[in-house]
Design a protein around this ligand. Structure first.
Ligand code: ADP
Ligand code: MG
Length: 425
């Protein structure tokens, strides 16, 4: 290769032009790519186990609750049923975490103000971190010392995004829990929000992102921080540096899954001894916050209506049937979506509510519902699932207005949901 050198007449080199290519940028992009591919693979694995697992757990939790209801208080065998129920619930929590990470959890998107969510969990966060750690919350409206003039609302005080508030709260809790663990001798936890615009420059410089406007939530602590080896692995499920029994390694996996499911981005800045900052970017939407409806309470749990239950898992179907019949409902069973459509045709005028599993062979719950809605557009329906598949509902998001119950559900949760939906106008 000829280097661009110039020599004098004696042949002595007088100038050399060197070209140095800065590859740090490319390294960063490669690292980002490897990282996201790894996360995809682990996510698919985790999500794969969870579906069947959820059906099994629904049966375990459901039948042990029913059993508990039949065993007398003073029966010495009672604690065995109690133990089955408790273990089932612990296992259910674990699957939920895995589903959250693998983005197979169904999320219900509503238009919400991020600042309001943060204000709402403030007390809870304070309780999580304890008294030795100071919690500082810096949201745009607070910068205006609490008295936001009306004409600045929506421009300053509010960060409107489409989000599942419960999931965002969960993510904040997990970050606060980690911050607490990183500050055993006290310190500061600072949560701030602001609006940022990502442009092409940002995307190139950071190796992630998509141009647009975002609500940025930063969560910083003054704790022990972490080195690069740790930092690269923190979002992996079951990765923990904590002692056995202290850490599960699922906290940040959940945060990661939640952020991704909201079409957002998460990044972490940290150095040993210098604290840690997590930055979460959620796409801003322009819509205004929905009016809050007052939470209604439903004391009633039973009824005399007729419910069409479609569920391919036999144990779950039989459980659902016995829970509903014991509460007074008439239950018509279907083993899949096609069967459900047929059973509906046969009993058209009797059926008051559909209770459909989302994922079923032959025809999934949503497709069966669509068919039935052609016959009776105002039919009420509840979908049940522990996870979702992309073809059923894009990215696990059922549109607003659909009623949903997570598997595994307890008999009382099922009855409450059924009553709530039947009671709706
Ligand atoms: P767990 O808290 O159960 O260990 P997480 O997924 O929540 O699991 O966190 C994984 C790991 O990331 C932790 O074990 C810790 O090493 C590191 N980590 C997370 N948050 C922080 C933080 N704020 N400061 C320092 N290290 C952290
Ligand atoms: Mg944690």
């Amino acid at each position: 290769k000829a280097y661009p050198l110039s020599k004098d007449e004696t042949g002595k080199v007088i100038t050399v032009i060197e070209i140095i290519v800065d590859i740090t940028e490319r390294r960063k992009l490669e690292e980002q790519l490897r990282q996201s591919q790894k996360m995809e693979a682990v996510g698919r694995l985790a999500g794969g186990i969870a579906h069947d697992f959820n059906n099994i757990l629904t049966a375990i939790i459901g039948y042990s609750s029913l059993l508990l209801g039949k065993i007398k208080e003073d029966d010495p065998n009672r604690h065995m049923a109690q133990m089955i129920l408790e273990s089932g619930e612990r296992a259910a929590q674990l699957t939920q975490s895995l589903l959250a990470f693998s983005r197979k959890q169904i999320i219900l998107l509503k238009t919400v103000d991020i600042n309001e969510i943060i204000r709402k969990v403030e007390r809870l966060l304070q309780r999580v971190i304890g008294e030795d750690i100071d919690l500082k919350i810096i949201t745009p409206s607070r910068r205006l010392s609490g008295h936001t003039p009306l004409n600045l609302r929506g421009g300053w005080g509010e960060l409107i995004v489409k989000a599942d508030a419960g999931q965002i709260e969960q993510a904040l809790m997990n970050l606060a829990t980690n911050a607490r663990d990183a500050m055993p001798n006290g310190g500061e936890l600072i949560i701030g929000t602001e609006t940022v615009t990502m442009d092409e420059g940002f995307v190139t410089a950071h190796g992630y992102g998509k141009p647009g406007k975002y609500a940025l939530i930063s969560v910083s602590d003054t704790g022990i921080g972490m080195d690069d080896v740790t930092r690269l692995r923190i979002f992996e499920p079951f990765f923990t540096t904590k002692e056995v029994g202290k850490g599960t390694g699922l906290g940040l996996s959940i945060v990661y899954g939640v952020v991704k499911q909201h079409d957002g981005f998460i990044n972490v800045y940290s150095e040993p001894g210098k604290g840690t900052t997590f930055k979460i970017y959620l796409p801003i939407t322009k819509e205004m916050v929905e009016e809050k409806r007052p939470a209604e309470s439903f004391m009633e749990t039973g009824g005399a209506e007729t419910i069409l239950v479609a569920e391919d898992d036999e144990a779950v179907r039989r459980l659902t049937k016995s829970v509903l019949s014991q509460a007074g409902y008439t239950v018509i069973e279907a083993v899949d979506g096609e069967d459900a459509v047929n059973k509906f045709r046969e009993n058209k005028d009797k059926i008051d509510l559909l209770l459909f599993d989302v994922v079923m062979p032959r025809m999934d719950g949503k497709a069966a519902y669509d068919r039935i809605a052609e016959i009776r557009p105002d039919i009420k329906a509840i979908f049940a699932s522990g996870y979702t598949q992309n073809h059923v509902a894009k990215k696990g998001v059922l549109g607003e207005g659909f009623e949903f119950i997570y598997k595994p559900f307890s008999p009382s949760a099922l009855l409450k949901k059924v009553r709530e939906v039947i009671g709706k106008k």
